[in-house]
Design a protein around this ligand. Structure first.
Ligand SMILES: [Zn+2]
Ligand SMILES: [Zn+2]
Length: 145
């Protein structure tokens, strides 16, 4: 880690394939988001805050990233800071979260699964709250902060 605390410069390697990730810009209504994508396995790295911008739901992104302690310790080291990563699984979406920098790794298909979940949640939050009350209690706690 650099003394300045800014570790976001320069290419990082795929935590699965150990090849450099390619930077891609995701166009949004607000400021565009720069993400890092592996050309081999299709996985994507999101620095802290980037996942919320891409899936357009800060509550759901935070539910994954702000409490990584709830996940199990995963096999990967963080490609950004070398920190330990934990695996969280909610709604069948597996998310690797760095316990240090709060960056997020999603394997191929998991970003889409998460986006689809967000869309369903926005459309249909009432019925889902009854089915998954514990998760929504956690969301409410985050949105209060
Ligand atoms: Zn890869
Ligand atoms: Zn990290």
């Amino acid at each position: 880690m650099s003394p300045s605390g800014d570790d976001r410069e320069g290419p990082i390697d795929c935590p699965r394939c150990a090849i450099p990730l390619k930077e891609e810009t995701v166009e949004r209504l607000g400021p565009d988001v720069r993400i890092d994508v592996c050309s081999k396995c299709g996985g994507t790295w999101y620095d802290r805050g980037e996942l919320a911008a891409v899936i357009k739901d800060r509550r759901i992104a935070n539910a994954f990233t702000e409490e990584p302690i709830k996940g199990i310790m995963g096999p990967m080291a963080c490609p950004r800071c070398g920190g330990r990563m934990r695996v969280r699984e909610d709604w069948g979406v597996e998310v690797d979260v760095c316990t240090s920098c709060k960056g997020v790794w999603l394997d191929l298909g998991e970003t889409k699964a998460l986006e689809a979940k967000v869309e369903r949640t926005l459309e249909d939050e009432g019925p889902l709250r009854k089915q998954e009350p514990a998760f929504y209690r956690a969301l409410d706690e985050f949105s209060d902060q």
